[in-house]
Design a protein around this ligand. Structure first.
Ligand code: AMP
Length: 199
């Protein structure tokens, strides 16, 4: 059951109004589904948009933010709960611990770093929570193509590629994550590694 959904997303709104619209739509859906939002706690860009949409829809939004960003007055002041932590590492650990599933909306390197960390943990079997990538207006097309290259070049197992639920529609992704059954296979199970005899 998905009680809390962690959303990683841009601290900027991006240039295409569809990104903000998608954040709003996802926020409304989260509130309607009865799940709580866990996110980075900011009131800027797409982050602020999704938190406000969840709150406006009568939902609960939990922000997890490092103290330094609170000191810069970047924290959202009207959240259901704001958890202030000391470091970025603590923040990511707490966001992950609190949540039952993860979604990345469009964003920059911060968003990617957060999303790929939880995906890496899934690949290693350290966590079994669904990871969704919302590809709004084709924003992640090149990234998806690169991930497919990782598979074709032998750096990513096809089954680990399947850990990522890719969806274009914010209204559909929650249902898709609910029914997703991650298949965890051994990351190092391949001919090359199995035939090594140098140790
Ligand atoms: P980016 O995609 O580079 O804009 O980074 C967004 C991600 O990094 C978010 O999911 C946040 O967890 C974190 N982040 C970046 N900027 C801020 C901010 N001003 N306030 C709170 N979190 C932020």
């Amino acid at each position: 059951m998905i009680k809390r959904i962690c959303v990683f997303c841009g601290s900027n709104p991006g240039n295409n109004p569809e990104y903000v619209r998608a954040a709003h739509a996802l926020g409304e859906r989260i509130a309607k589904s009865g799940a709580e939002l866990v996110y980075g706690g900011g009131n800027v860009g797409i982050m602020g948009e999704i938190a406000n949409a969840v709150l406006a829809g009568g939902g609960r939004a939990i922000g997890v933010i490092p103290k330094t960003l609170v000191d810069k007055e970047l924290a959202h002041r009207c959240l259901t709960e704001l958890r202030v932590v000391n470091t970025m590492h603590e923040r990511k650990a707490l966001m992950s611990e609190l949540s039952d599933a993860f979604i990345a909306l469009p964003g920059g390197i911060g968003t990617l770093e957060e999303f790929f960390e939880v995906l890496t943990w899934a690949q290693l079997g350290f966590q079994k929570k669904a990871c969704g990538l919302l590809n709004i207006a084709g924003y992640y097309d090149h990234l998806i193509a690169f991930i497919d290259k990782m598979v074709s070049e032998g750096f990513l197992n096809e089954s680990h590629r399947g850990l990522m639920v890719i969806e274009k529609d914010p209204a559909a992704i929650i249902e898709k994550l609910k029914s997703h059954k991650p298949v965890i296979t051994d990351k190092w199970l391949n001919e090359f590694n199995l035939n090594r005899n140098d140790y």
